[in-house]
Design a protein around this ligand. Structure first.
Ligand SMILES: [Fe+2]
Length: 265
């Protein structure tokens, strides 16, 4: 009896501690809170993250930045979870991998693709600042964040608790600005005006990570991002001197992504 009470007390303390630690939000790649189902998915060749979000009640779902090579895996998960995929939404016209949007459209009846109107790419839904992608009781709002490319957008959840920043803001980094209409001044302004103005505890989910990190927060990046904490002048200098090699797949990925990933696929 005594032991039972102690065990119950310990469990209660543990539960309270967990809630304090997470602040009512699960800081992991798998959570299901406040009626939002969420999965972070990874493609290892291009180190790309895709994000599946769904409304628990209506089962309507959105997949952000699907990758061609992982379409079957993603469809299997969507099927297992009993979801209805409504929109395949890209953060921009990628240079390092082919989007899975086109193939998904062939496989899922009624699925619509979405991308920025400024991307130069074809899609069913052409997005601009303030547009909303709705799935059940949830939605993603578009914030235009150009600089890495002209058509980069950040998707923000309705409660501003999560931002899908594409290549505009990476964890302790940012997308390169030396091709595809890249402009470091524009990128700096986009991040400061459109992402750093979100609540400090807003979770930042980027399109890539090359070091095994899965997410960050607005506050963390405002404090620790080695590039974006600098002045605009210093940032431009850093970006001008990265001297990065060309992405291996750029010559096939960009033409393919301009037509929803279906170019010679
Ligand atoms: Fe990119």
């Amino acid at each position: 009896m005594g032991l039972g009470l102690a065990a119950r007390g310990f469990k209660a303390a543990l539960t309270a501690a967990s809630w304090r630690y997470t602040g009512l939000r699960a800081y992991c790649a798998r959570m299901e809170t406040r009626g939002l189902l969420f999965r972070q998915l990874f493609e290892s060749e291009s180190s790309t993250y895709s994000y599946l979000l769904a409304d628990v009640e209506s089962r309507e779902a959105v997949l952000i930045d699907p990758v061609l090579e992982t379409v079957e895996r993603d469809l299997k998960l969507i099927d297992e979870l009993g979801l209805k995929l409504k929109v395949a939404a890209n953060t921009h016209c990628h240079a390092d991998h082919i989007t899975g949007s086109g193939l998904l459209k062939q496989r899922v009846f009624g699925l619509k693709s979405a991308i920025s109107v400024h991307s130069g790419a074809a899609a069913d839904i052409m997005l601009t600042e303030g547009d909303k992608i709705t799935f059940g009781r949830h939605s993603l709002t578009v914030r235009e964040t150009p600089g890495h490319t002209d058509g980069c957008i950040t998707y923000v959840t309705g409660d501003q608790s999560m931002a899908f920043t594409g290549d505009a803001l990476l964890i302790r980094g940012c997308g390169r600005t030396d091709f595809q209409q890249g402009c470091s001044k524009k990128l700096y302004e986009s991040v400061h005006q459109k992402i750093f103005t979100l609540p400090g505890d807003c979770l930042v989910y980027p399109a890539h990570d090359y070091k095994g990190q899965t997410l960050s927060t607005v506050d963390e990046e405002k404090k620790f991002n080695p590039r974006l904490t600098k002045s605009l002048e210093e940032f431009v200098k850093i970006m001008d001197n990265l001297n990065l090699p060309k992405p291996a797949k750029i010559d096939i990925a960009v033409p393919a992504n301009l037509v929803c990933g279906l170019h010679e696929v």
